[in-house]
Design a protein around this ligand. Structure first.
Ligand SMILES: Cc1cc2nc3c(=O)[nH]c(=O)nc-3n(C[C@H](O)[C@H](O)[C@H](O)COP(=O)(O)OP(=O)(O)OC[C@H]3O[C@@H](n4cnc5c(N)ncnc54)[C@H](O)[C@@H]3O)c2cc1C
Length: 385
């Protein structure tokens, strides 16, 4: 594996960084305060090719690969974590459709995601009683003349009230456990007849990202809207989550790095005991403890992205990257608040928002405990070879 970035990867990184610095970061505090959904920003990301970084060009994507996607996600998250989560889910949904949708559906729906015409994509897996254990879902899909009618409810759906394209999972064979679940695409997203948007969650952080419940009541989808084969839904979900975890690890890395940078800046400016606090070794050590965690995360993320790009197995590496990066970023954000002292506990400084935004990254797309379960299972499998 080569640690040097290609010209294309550098270009994607610098484009995303420039956008994050020029547009996203200056608006992030206001977005956090008002909860305004980043409609214009997502449209701009679409124009820059960042809503389908690893999607073929013929479907409107940038076709720049998973490492480039990871770099873009890191940069965007450093500017505005709320915008980056909508970007992450849209890229994940676009990739699922590239892999599993029927040709005509893929050709119609994916370009709407990559261009930004659909505003965002949503991923409807979790339910009120089925989070870490999605195979316990109770949403059902009943056969109809045209295809399927879906009934049930989904919980925690990022951008679910805005997304022009939603992927949902439902039980097509109630007696078959995890093997009786199938994945479907709703090409009209939140405007699909039979779908109602429920409660908007009032969250600790990521306040510019909308997180909603979705109710499905005889919500009809065409036969061709099934993704992969009937009963293959859990495989579709797990494949998507493997890739998604690289995105969330990159997101955490971007936010953790922004926190570290903020701590360095503040430590140089703030004077106590007649010297900048950066001169106090205890403060230097706080930064020194956070920096290696983030660097190790960068290596793990890069390696998982590289394996995916090579078409090699990467489930264990994606889980390790997600577990390590989200925990390291959490520690870095907490450290940054500490370096800012009392000011870090106020909304006058971005680190207060970073700490609230980073917290959920240890929870969504599989909690840290679920990542450990995946890593342990894969480690035992490999050790017996
Ligand atoms: C802001 C936000 C956005 C989200 N976006 C989406 C989205 O777009 N689409 C979507 O489908 N979902 C989304 N989610 C849902 C998210 O993926 C779930 O919250 C997560 O998977 C955990 O499920 P849960 O909340 O039901 O917790 P639970 O599964 O109830 O877990 C509670 C606790 O028990 C632990 N636990 C559970 N089982 C085990 C076990 N076997 N061993 C050890 N510990 C265990 C967990 O780690 C956790 O600490 C989002 C969540 C949030 C908060």
């Amino acid at each position: 594996m080569n640690f040097e970035l290609s010209d294309e990867q550098r270009l994607v990184q610098s484009t995303a960084r420039a956008f994050a610095e020029r547009v996203l970061a200056p608006r992030a505090a206001e977005r956090d305060r008002t909860g305004a959904f980043p409609v214009e920003e997502l449209a701009e990301l679409g124009r820059m090719g960042l809503l389908g970084v690893n999607v073929p060009a013929e479907l409107g994507g940038a076709e720049a690969g998973t490492i480039a996607y990871s770099l873009a996600m890191e940069a965007v998250a450093g500017g505005c974590a709320s915008t980056s989560v909508a970007m992450a889910v849209t890229n994940m949904v676009a990739e699922v459709l590239v892999k599993y949708a029927a040709d005509d559906v893929r050709g119609e729906v994916v370009p709407r995601l990559t261009s930004g015409a659909a505003i965002a994509g949503s991923f409807g897996l979790s339910e009120p009683q089925a989070g870490s254990d999605p195979a316990a879902m109770t949403t059902v899909a009943r056969r109809t003349e045209r295809g399927w009618a879906l009934s049930g409810s989904k919980q925690w759906i990022t951008s679910g009230d805005r997304a022009g394209v939603i992927v949902v999972w439902a039980r097509t064979d109630p007696g078959a456990g995890g093997r009786g679940i199938s994945a479907f695409v709703l090409p009209r997203g939140w405007q699909t007849p039979g779908l109602t948007v429920g409660r908007h969650e009032d969250k600790m952080g990521l306040r510019g990202s909308s997180t909603v419940a979705l109710m499905l009541e005889d919500c009809e989808v065409e036969r061709g809207c099934i993704l992969g084969q009937e009963g293959e839904g859990m495989r579709v979900a797990l494949t998507a989550l493997d890739g998604g975890r690289i995105g969330i690890a990159s997101q955490a890395l971007g936010l953790g790095t922004a926190a570290l940078d903020a701590a360095v800046r503040y430590a140089r400016e703030r004077v106590q005991f007649k010297v900048p606090i950066a001169n106090h070794q205890a403060v230097q050590f706080m930064l020194a403890d956070a920096a290696p965690g983030l660097e190790a995360a960068r290596v793990l993320v890069r390696r998982a992205a590289w394996l995916k790009e090579q078409g090699r197995p990467f489930t264990r590496e994606a889980s390790m990257a997600k577990l390590w990066a989200t925990e390291a970023a959490w520690r870095a954000c907490d450290m940054a608040v500490q370096v800012h002292g009392g000011y870090g506990y106020t909304k006058d400084f971005a680190v207060e928002r970073y700490l609230r935004d980073v917290r959920v990254m240890r929870i969504y797309e599989g909690t840290s405990e679920v990542q450990r379960i995946v890593i342990a299972r894969k480690t035992f499998e490999q050790a017996t070879r």
